[in-house]
Design a protein around this ligand. Structure first.
Ligand SMILES: O=C(O)c1ccccc1N[C@@H]1O[C@H](COP(=O)(O)O)[C@@H](O)[C@H]1O
Length: 207
């Protein structure tokens, strides 16, 4: 079964709906480089609204270690996600499981960096170019995913209800991750689009 992460949650109601629809993980963006940035109290409210077995992922992009530490202490996310130029030892310093995002804007070059992160529990391949923020709605060539995977691979970037089935069929990833493709505005999830996204993934899983 393909896991689903819905990133850039800013409202309790959206997170509760995502959980009800069967989303496996929600993402909370703490970097100031995002239009979906949440504060600590807002993030804690969202995390506390979730039922058991829905994972929470705290996203950073070249942020200070002190911010990551505050989030770990006050929000207690299941996983960290690093979206910038962070190195493997830097990401590992928190002693908390993390995903490392690789920018797939230059195609296979991004994928070649997967060997640089031995401590990551998974790699998130996003369509943005190196140095750019994610959450931009840019897709990459899903046929680039290698057949042999040392770690879980998560496909992100430019996914939505209309193309996620094709992405899953082509790439057979561990999980898919979506932000802008299920929104009516940055950080505001659209219930119909979110439901259609989950349905599309589950339909391919059932094929
Ligand atoms: O969502 C953001 O605002 C964001 C900001 C900075 C780095 C990463 C960000 N989001 C991640 O990007 C992927 C792809 O987003 P989209 O679906 O193309 O809009 C998203 O899933 C987040 O993991």
């Amino acid at each position: 079964m393909t896991r689903i992460k819905c990133c850039g949650m800013t409202r309790v109601d959206d997170a509760v709906l995502a959980a009800r629809l069967g989303v496996d993980a929600i993402g909370l963006v703490f970097t100031a480089r995002s239009r979906r940035q949440v504060g600590l109290a807002q993030a804690r409210d969202i995390v506390e609204s979730l039922p058991p077995f829905v994972a929470t992922v705290a996203l950073f992009m070249d942020d200070e270690a002190s911010l990551v530490e505050r989030v770990l202490e006050q929000v207690r996310p299941s996983l960290l996600q690093f979206h910038g130029e962070e190195t493997d030892p830097w990401c590992a310093q928190f002693g908390h499981p993390f995903l490392k995002a690789l920018a797939m804007g230059e195609g296979a070059a991004g994928l070649s960096r997967r060997h640089d992160y031995p401590h990551a529990v998974g790699l998130l391949l996003d369509g943005h170019a190196r140095g750019e923020a994610g959450g931009s709605g840019k897709a990459f060539d899903w046929s680039l995913l290698p057949p042999v995977r040392e770690k879980p691979l998560i496909v992100a970037g430019g996914l939505g209800p209309g193309n996620v089935a094709e992405a899953v069929r082509m790439a057979r990833p561990w999980a898919v991750d979506v932000a802008s493709g299920v929104e009516s505005a940055p950080g505001i999830k659209d219930p119909a689009r979110l439901e259609a996204f989950v349905r599309a993934v589950r339909a391919v899983d059932a094929e």
